[in-house]
Design a protein around this ligand. Sequence first.
Ligand code: 2AM
Length: 482
Amino acid sequence: MAEQKADIALIGLAVMGQNLILNMDDHGFVVCAYNRTVAKVEHFLQNEAKGTKIIGANSLEDMVSKLKKPRKVMLLVKAGSAVDEFVRNLVPLLEKGDIIIDGGNSQYLDTQRWCKELQSTGIHYIGMGVSGGEDGARYGPSLMPGGHPAAWPHVKPIFQAISAKANGEPCCDWVGEDGAGHFVKMVHNGIEYGDMQLICEAYHVMKDILGMEQNEMAAVFEEWNKGELDSFLIEITRDILKFKDDDGKYLLPKIRDTAGQKGTGKWTGIAALEYGVPVTLIGEAVFSRCLSALKDERVKASRSLPGSNLKFSGNKEFLEHLRKALFASKLISYAQGFMLLREAAKVNGWNLNYGSIALMWRGGCIIRSVFLGNIKDAFTKNPQLSNLLLDPFFSERISTAQASLRQVVAQAALVGVPAPAFSSALAFYDGYRAEVLPANLLQAQRDYFGAHTYEILNKPGTFVHTNWTGHGGNVSATTYNN
Ligand code: 2AM
């Protein structure tokens, strides 16, 4: 009897790849497994995949021959050259209508490039963000596919079946054209950096301003997790705070305070700079990791640079300010993230559905939270919403929480505890709501030294240059009408 043909092939048998295959198998799909080091295929079939419908292949040709048409081949290999190499080798083996899905952590520009390059071949390309770690991959990740839209109906049943569900709805939907899926995944990771940094700053405030013990802090996070901050990251923070080492002492203080990073937060910052969107909180979160990595310099500086002599004089009621500050800052960070998505969509011609992006992040991934349900509701009510802060639900929340954010930033500054993410959130908030900013002076400076011209406030479109060093206050102005 001929071997049953597979619904999809998956290349890359590291943990994420294996778990996604097992997840697909659980949902009734026949998967063909392949890996660069072919010996791993047999090992997988004999161990983790024993007793399943999963089949294996010993070459790319063998794999392609075992697939139903249109063939679907998913890559879960190292981003960059490994993806490029596999795509190049696959293209001659595939035909019009077949689909390649890159589920790795590729840069969206690479995905954009492949979409463009494969356009003429008729082979469809999808770049899909996958979030949720190993557990997510096994039992329900958040999946963010984008690329050639014609491919979506063919892979939709598989990906929506294996994805996480939030209130019964799949945390997987079509994101948009070419690199949109990987772009959204990148912004997700940036937001994750911001959320983590905010939680770390809250912990720092509790520890060094309020002088709290770890079990007390754990109890506060436990409490916070029951309300509007309910999220995976708050939950794991509670568990981390509670965790004791074999010697019965808390593990957390024994961990060296230097943060690592793989780069996706940094890419969000780079994209923010390139698109000219003030995604300040994520930027600060990335820089905070960089600063933490300067441990030796910090140790030296701690002995010579003075801090503040002021002591905090409040009490534990301050915790409510801290909770509200965390909520407000998180909201500001997400508002910034969606601003970046909106600008990138405009520049690249992507038709992004912001509500469905919020739903994709609502479950399965690291930033999953109740809060994302509120964001989904905001965009469902008003798909044209220009900024999350202007949604009625959120503008009411921020107007009550902003005073607490001021308290936290002010106290941290007075006592000398760094709170870069909280501070940048507040600075953005005050900048965003400012009718007048001091950029008039900035324009004057630019015109002074570089004759860049400036626009007349009451005459939009009228640009003039002033001879700022002219004698006796006699300035000459040239008018340019755009
Ligand atoms: P391997 O098992 O043969 O190393 C995660 O590292 C996955 O990416 C693994 O399946 C790994 O295959 C694959 N991978 C890493 N670098 C690769 C490369 N340069 N070419 C092909 N596959 C690669």
